[in-house]
Design a protein around this ligand. Structure first.
Ligand code: 13P
Ligand code: SF4
Length: 368
């Protein structure tokens, strides 16, 4: 690659790729991977399209990918095929000289945008005024770096869907209450697993600035859940689970814990994307599964396990549109531009934010 690097944030894919055949793009990516093999690593989340996923050096759920990013000490160029908050996390956990790129800047996460720093600061002040210094703030990694930084600064931490229980347990050894953001549903599902009754939970609505669902006295609250959600996982409903039970009582239902609690309660099992993959891999041939998570992963599992019946829990479900923004042309564009000395769509968290955010991430990584 060229010695001089220019960093560019690009709104639109270069037109150069519009008339290129898929085969040509596949061959070019393959060749560029070979050419850059000493400095490049491609990380891919399980929700990515197959056309991109096939080129990953490492795949994983959010936790596994964060760990992988932190371990890539000898790779200068990290292409993150996932969404914005994941690439930010990778940038925070890697060195200043390492370059993290998100092939399409429009690959955000709508849930992560449901908690802004201003909203969180305002809410925090209100909670501390009402209930004192009794809260540990925990943010799901599906949040902006600024929110992670807030948690780091206030002795809190991050969690993912695969370690939320452990992180909550740890937090309750520190303080009697948790503020969990931005996913109400992962928060409730995790608190229920820890045996916290629903009447000890309340929901903070950042739009109205009101605490909803308070059943008794404020003092009884053990966890405040931020009213945020994943629009993909909210499309799975209890009716979908009931339909599976009626049509095929032997079919197992497994869902992601971003689903509503009434769905998780009816399902046979729930867990992160990595956990879902493991359960399917370990299942006996002939077993039948309805899976409640993003469609790319479910379709890939169905292809990889032709000896098992695998269906989407809601067959009308749409994919995660932002995850799907990363496609073969964008991946190729990232690699080619880098080789030409122009780095497109670098993700760079400011030192000021990263300094505190890394505290929240490190605390989580230590817990497990
Ligand atoms: P996982 O960490 O389970 O892969 O989940 C990430 C995500 O965004 C799910 O919607
Ligand atoms: Fe965000 Fe939901 Fe997409 Fe996951 S599936 S990246 S939570 S919008």
């Amino acid at each position: 690659m060229s010695e001089v690097q220019v960093f560019v944030t690009a709104e639109r894919l270069s037109e150069k790729y519009q008339g290129m055949s898929e085969q040509e793009m596949v061959e070019r990516v393959r060749a560029l991977k070979e050419e850059l093999k000493d400095e490049l690593v491609i990380l891919s989340h399980h929700y990515q399209r197959d056309e991109v996923y096939q080129f990953a050096d490492f795949t994983g759920d959010s936790l596994k990918l964060a760990r992988q990013a932190a371990e890539q000490k000898d790779k200068k160029f990290i292409v993150f095929c996932g969404v914005h908050f994941m690439a930010e996390t990778a940038d925070i956990l890697t060195g200043d000289e390492q370059i993290v790129v998100l092939p399409d800047m429009k690959a955000g996460c709508s849930m992560a945008d449901m908690a802004t720093l201003e909203q969180v600061e305002e809410a925090w002040e209100y909670f501390v005024d009402s209930l004192g210094d009794t809260f540990t703030p925990i943010t799901y990694v599906n949040s902006t770096a600024a929110i992670k930084s807030f948690c780091g600064q206030h002795h809190g931490m991050t969690c993912t869907s695969s370690n939320a229980e452990k992180v909550f347990r740890h937090a309750y050894q520190q303080k009697e209450r948790i503020l969990f953001l931005p996913d109400e549903h992962l928060g409730r599902n995790t608190a229920v697993k820890l045996g916290i009754p629903e009447h000890h939970m309340a929901v903070w609505n950042p739009e109205t600035g009101e605490l909803e669902g308070v059943k008794g006295s404020l003092e009884d609250i053990r966890i405040i859940l931020w009213k945020g959600y994943c629009s993909v996982h909210l499309k799975f409903t209890p009716e979908h689970v009931k339909r599976v039970r009626e049509n095929d009582p032997e079919m197992k239902v497994i869902v992601h814990p971003e689903c509503r609690h009434d769905v998780v309660k009816l399902a046979d099992d729930n867990g992160s994307t990595e956990y879902i993959i493991k359960q399917i891999e370990q299942a006996p041939p002939g077993s039948r599964w309805a899976i409640g998570t993003e469609v790319n992963l479910v379709q890939r599992l169905a292809k990889q396990h032709p000896d098992k019946k695998i269906v989407l829990l809601n067959d009308m479900i749409c994919p995660c549109l932002t995850m799907n923004r990363i496609d073969l042309p964008h991946l190729l564009w990232s690699l080619e531009s880098y080789c030409e000395g122009q780095v497109i769509n670098r993700i760079q968290v400011s030192d000021e934010i990263a300094e505190q955010a890394v505290l929240a991430l490190d605390r989580m990584l230590k817990i497990g």
